[in-house]
Design a binder for this molecule. Structure first.
Ligand SMILES: *Cc1c(COP(=O)(O)O)cnc(C)c1O
Length: 358
């Protein structure tokens, strides 16, 4: 019965390190500040009782409501199983394995490389500058053979927006050669910064959105790709026939109703207020070396002994996201903004550590 099943697998899959999602990393917490989720559940009721039927591939109500919300037309919107599926669909539609490459600028979101490795597409990295803005000359020197450039703005895990003038320069640089994908997973926390209004000028611009963060629906698995029709038409060729389960489309439609959007904006105001409070508190603590500004529902901070801080809080059930191994982020932890009570528990725990250190 001994068979080496591993030897049957594709070499790149054998070599693959899967995405270290917060859920996979586990932990036994009651204060979850490690996945940039909204801290409280939002109640929904299912209204569709048609599970005997296959769902619509692109549910009309969801597409129309998202288009209205984003200020676009329905033909500029594709809905998928989270923004993560959008990241991968773009590679599958535009990159020839073994020939074409993608490019991104670390430190940034981890799924661009994981998807590329899974499909067998080369990925090139051009590290961001010290201020986490784009290194445009270095990108220009690496663009040969690149079909898709992924930018994350505001960037996960650093929290900053990418300078729009630089994005425009990069759009001009990539015109006719590559897609430029702006991952706007956190745009609801700084809506004025969206590039959605630029789609009319740039046929190769693509924007990724999600219901997982500000809309408080990470468990729903629903995301959006915004682009002009020729791009959407190509993605429609490679998407699964039924990417969204009927209950997912049902809830997404409700979340995108007028009341749903009002509720999301209230939640954003609450979290932004909690973020302002944390940005005031964190720099006063002896264990905190540096706090980075944030346009999002998380804060990146550098600590004098981050492994100790991470472990001590973990043991108290406060789970943060370790960024220590991420190039350029030595000593950094990422903290999702929770409820005010959760923020207060975090600060109290860090205060105790600071007293100990002093
Ligand atoms: C959370 C996140 C996503 C994934 O969104 P899903 O819709 O949950 O798949 C994509 N990009 C970034 C930058 C994220 O932080």
């Amino acid at each position: 019965m001994s068979q080496n099943i591993d030897a049957l697998a594709r070499a790149n899959v054998r070599a693959l390190t899967p995405y270290q999602s917060a859920r996979r990393l586990g932990g036994n917490g009651d204060v979850w500040l490690n996945a940039n989720e909204f801290p409280l559940p939002v109640p929904f009721e299912l209204s569709q009782q048609t599970l005997n039927r296959y769902p619509e591939c692109q549910p009309k109500r969801v597409i129309e409501r998202y288009a209205a919300y984003a200020g676009l037309t329905p033909e500029q919107v594709l809905v998928s199983r989270g923004a993560d599926e959008g990241i991968e669909l773009l590679m599958r539609a535009f990159c020839e394995p073994g020939e074409d490459a993608i490019l991104f600028c670390p430190p940034t979101y981890g799924m661009y490389s994981v998807s590329a490795e899974t499909i067998g597409i080369e990925y090139r990295t051009v590290p961001a500058r010290d201020n986490w803005q784009l290194n445009l000359p270095a990108i220009a020197a690496q663009l040969d053979g690149v079909k898709v450039v992924y930018l994350c703005s505001p960037n996960n895990p650093t929290g900053n927006l990418i300078n729009p003038d630089d994005i425009r320069t990069l759009l001009n640089m990539t015109a006719g050669k590559a897609l430029l994908v702006a991952d706007e997973a956190y745009i609801e926390f700084c809506p004025q910064a969206t590039l959605a209004g630029w789609l009319k000028d740039y046929p190769h611009l693509v924007i990724l959105r999600t219901l997982s963060k500000a809309f408080a629906l990470a468990g729903l698995r629903c995301g959006f790709t915004l682009a002009n029709k020729p791009v959407i038409d190509l993605l429609m060729k490679v998407i699964a026939p039924y990417p969204l389960a009927t209950p997912v489309a049902d809830v997404a439609g409700q979340a995108l109703s007028e009341e749903g959007i009002v509720l999301m904006r209230e939640h954003v105001r609450e979290l932004n207020a909690n973020r302002a409070w944390l940005l005031e508190q964190l720099p006063q603590l002896a264990v905190v070396q540096q706090v980075f500004p944030s346009e999002t529902n998380y804060i990146l901070a550098r600590f004098s002994d981050s492994p100790k801080v991470f472990k001590t809080l973990w043991d108290q059930g406060i789970i943060l996201r370790d960024q220590n191994k991420n190039p350029g982020l030595e000593g950094c932890l990422r903290i999702s903004i929770g409820t005010r009570t959760e923020c207060e528990r975090l600060i109290a725990a860090l205060q105790a550590l600071s007293v100990e250190q002093a």
